[in-house]
Design a binder for this molecule. Sequence first.
Ligand SMILES: *Cc1c(COP(=O)(O)O)cnc(C)c1O
Length: 361
Amino acid sequence: MSFTLNDLPLREDLRGRSPYGAPQLEVPVVLNTNENPHPPSPRLARALADAVAETALGLNRYPDRDALRLREGLAAYLGHGLSAQNVWAANGSNEVLQQILQAFGGPGRTAMGFEPSYSMHPIIARGTGTGWVSVPRRADDFRIDTDAALAAIAEHRPSVVFLTSPNNPTGTALEIADTERILRAAPGVVVVDEAYAEFRREGTPSALTLLDGHPRLIVSRTMSKAFALAGARVGYLAAHPAVVDALQLVRLPYHLSSVTQTVARVALDHADELLGAVADLRAERDDLVAWLRGHGFAVADSDANFVLFGEFEDRTRIWQALLDRQVLIREVGPPGWLRVTVGTAEETAAFREALLAATGR
Ligand SMILES: *Cc1c(COP(=O)(O)O)cnc(C)c1O
């Protein structure tokens, strides 16, 4: 008899759940998890290795539990008059979000999101025993219907509201005025997940501009996307210092290793290089949107480094046909739509060619 997880004394609320699972396949063109396609240069890799070698000489000691120098660097990067007291960092923004739910969610409380959105928000909510309320986005343009949002907030009184801007998987950015209305109505904390902030189009403000005067606002960011550092696992948030104090109650001691702190600090010192491709990726994104529309596909406006396009009667068939041509994209979002990450010019060209072949256009 085979023994499975169903035979374990698993928590009832985890039975039948699926783990997060973007396929990790070895193909030449990987455009499925919104990574920056440009690896660090050999020069930067050397600087990272040298700094890690230095750190290694002290690995018998626990790391700086408060990651103070890293938080100073992140605050300086964000600007907006923020200091280390406003910033908190963890192993990817997913850990930051988990800590937020541990502190502000939990059993008997609910978190709310506007879907389709990032699939990890409900998964982390459930993992922390927090109820999940899903409010649909508008079907025509994937924007949040602010009046419906306020009604849902009044009905469910969520302890945590997730706003993702630019939203994954649709690419949709949120108007600051709408964020502000939701902030005023929400009884708990409001998390604006800005994982793709650096890719937003000119004139789209960040929720960082609202931090002053809104102590229940949390803006989360990551080094995984624009910063081209997904493998290092560094995410962070900006908020009122009281929020950072609250997170100290749930974070594990020494959660951020000395090696991670060093790598992140060196990366910040080389922000110009790491962020150097962002302008090109944004231009490539805009070209891809125009190209897809030119070929008759429906495309959501995108402020991120990916594009949601459709609509397909059988999107799995299209996804597979692209994979058969060595191009991996993501089957995610509303039925009939697919998401492609903006890669290098060569990768995006390979995607276009494979899509035309797959769809016969
Ligand atoms: C990719 C992504 C993240 C980043 O997660 P990390 O743990 O920092 O790698 C966070 N939020 C959204 C919406 C994302 O798409």
